[in-house]
Structure formats: C-alpha cells, structure tokens
Design a protein around this ligand. Structure first.
Ligand code: T3D
Length: 286
C-alpha cells in the first residue's frame, strides 16, 4: 500500500497501476476496487501541485474510468498532507522565462478540459480532500459531485495572492455553493476556509475526522458504485443543465431523462426487488 495515499484502500485490489511520470515518479496513482476507480494526486513534496504531465496523466486515467463499464464510481484524493496546491508555480517562475506566459493557453489546454471532463462523466465522482486545497486545487475539488474533507483540511482561493483570478470553474461554482457575498470575500481575501466551516456554509458535502476520511469517502463511493448508476449519471446530467435552464426547460429535461431511466434494467430491477422485499442487484447498464 502506498503509505502516502490520502485514501488508503483496504482489501484485495483487482487492478493496481500507477501512471508513470518518468524518473521513477508516479504523479497519479490509479487503483480499482469493487467498481470504484480511485485516483490519487501524487506529488506530495509540492502538495500535489499540477504540472502539465500530471494533467495529462490524470485526464487519461479519468477518460479510461469513463469508458470502463466496470467502473461505476470515481474517487479523487491526494497523497501526503495536502490535497492539491493548484498550479506548480515552479513552472511559472518569471526569472526563468523570456516574458509573461499566456495563461489562457494553459487554461484552455489543461484546466478547462479537466474540469469539463469531470463534469461530463456520467458516473458519481467523489472527492476526498485530505489536506490543503489551494488555487485550482480547491476548485477542482468543488467541481466533483460529492466532496468530503478531513477536519484539518482547508480551502484557499489563493489566486489573488499572486495576482490571478480564480479558474477551474471557481467563479461559477463558488457563488452557487456559498452565495455571492461569501464567494467575493473568499476570492478577494484568499483567507483559508476550514473544512468544518466549508460544510456549515454548504460548500462541501461533509467534514469528517481525519482518520475517518478514507473510510467514509471509500464507503460512499463503493455504495454508489453498487447503486443504479445509469440513473445517477442521468441525474448528474439533469443537475448540470439546471443552472442554465429555465424551469420549463428543466422539467421537460426531467421528463426526457426519466423516459430513459424508466427503460433501464435498473428501474425494472429496483421495482421488482421492492415488490419481492429483497435488496436490488443493480448493473448500471443503460
Ligand atoms: O498557471 C497557470 O497555468 C494558470 C492556472 C493557475 C491555477 C492555479 O492554481 S494558480 C494558484 C497556484 N497555487 C498557489 O498559489 C498556492 C501556493 N501555495 C501556498 O500558498 C501554500 O503552499 C499552501 C497555502 C497551499 C500551503 O502552505 P503550507 O505552509 O502548509 O506549505 P508550504 O510550506 O507553503 O508548502 C510545502 C511545500 O510545497 C513547499 O516546498 P518546500 O519548501 O518544502 O520544498 C512549497 O514550495 C511547495 N508548494 C506548495 N504549493 C506549491 C508548491 N510548489 C509549487 N507550486 C505550488 N503551487
């Protein structure tokens, strides 16, 4: 077992592989167990700050999980004492560059595809924030479907400290999650928000004791993976659409997606199991 992994995996693994970042480093650890693909950001010495290489590896692993029918939920966490400190600033050192970088290029090439991918995967994506989540690291966490955080973890919209604006969907998610007043203050002050407070104001799902994080996040991901995951994917699609739809558009969408859900084997199984007073055995198939 990787001693640094924020979310430890107990029991037999049916697949373990580390996406190699070369030089004997593995910047993304990938494990699959009981229908859950666990992805661990693994550059603990820099609090799992993102390099271009790590972006590409994470994206490839997420795409693989998306396309793997036996993966029915994804769990994202970090190795060591941090979840993710956002962009690796070592790769942005002005003293080593000819001129100012074009950050729109890196956003377009790396961050936006990652955020869009997580949002578009029609499977539950659970995030276990094991330590500090700063800059894009905070907003990548908030872009996941269900966010747990260790009690010692904190969220920092660190961008203003270095003259940037929030990216990775932060200016979209934050006001929706916590309201405009809090969003503006968090963004402009870059003050750390502790996990407990993040839960209290509705920014994340749940703050749990540090030593319970791995167990609770894994247990929920495993439970979801055994659920009616085709329907969960449709529910995610509906929720994603709700922010830009009118009420009428949204209830029309609910009608259309319910038609799809109602034709799924999981719906037939769910109702049959209810009638037979037994636990359902869902497959997640369309
Ligand atoms: O550039 C683009 O492509 C545009 C996209 C931008 C997206 C962004 O995310 S911009 C925001 C970048 N992130 C930050 O500004 C956060 C920088 N980090 C911090 O403010 C602090 O490290 C933390 C508040 C996150 C944690 O503080 P603390 O005191 O717990 O830890 P530390 O001592 O500062 O960091 C521990 C080590 O991690 C340290 O290395 P060392 O001295 O032990 O060798 C530190 O340099 C390294 N580290 C932390 N964050 C980063 C990092 N190294 C590279 N890049 C980082 N972002």
């Amino acid at each position: 077992m990787n001693r640094n992994a924020g979310v430890a995996v107990a029991g037999k693994r049916d697949m373990v592989h580390a996406a190699s970042a070369g030089r004997n480093m593995t910047s993304i650890l990938t494990e699959k167990l009981d229908g859950v693909v666990r992805l661990t950001l693994n550059r603990p010495d820099s609090l799992n700050a993102f390099t271009d290489e790590m972006h590409l590896l994470l994206r490839a692993q997420l795409e693989e999980a998306r396309d793997d029918d036996t993966c029915r939920a994804i769990l994202l966490t970090g190795a060591g004492r941090g979840f993710c400190a956002g962009q690796d600033l070592g790769d942005r050192d002005p003293r080593k560059m000819d001129g100012p970088p074009d950050l729109s290029h890196t956003i377009e090439t790396f961050y936006n595809p990652l955020i869009r991918l997580i949002r578009s995967i029609e499977k539950p994506v659970v995030c276990a924030v094991n330590g500090v989540a700063a800059g894009a690291g905070a907003n990548i966490a908030l872009n996941c479907d269900i966010v747990f955080a260790a009690r010692s973890a904190k969220f920092i919209q660190a961008f203003s400290k270095i003259g940037l604006i929030p990216d990775s969907g932060g200016t979209w998610h934050l006001p929706r999650l916590v309201g405009e007043a809090r969003a503006k203050a968090l963004i402009m002050t870059a003050e750390p928000l502790m996990a407990e407070e993040a839960e209290r104001i509705g920014m994340i799902y749940k703050c749990v004791d540090d030593d319970a994080l791995a167990g609770e996040a894994s247990a929920l991901a495993e439970r979801l993976a055994k659920g009616a995951t085709f329907g969960l994917g449709l529910a995610k699609r509906a929720l994603n659409a709700s922010s830009s739809n009118t009420f009428d558009q949204q209830i029309d969408l609910e009608r259309d997606l319910q038609r799809e859900a109602g034709r799924s084997p999981d719906y037939a199984e769910g109702v049959t199991a209810f009638m037979e007073k037994r636990a359902p055995d869902f497959t997640g198939k369309p």
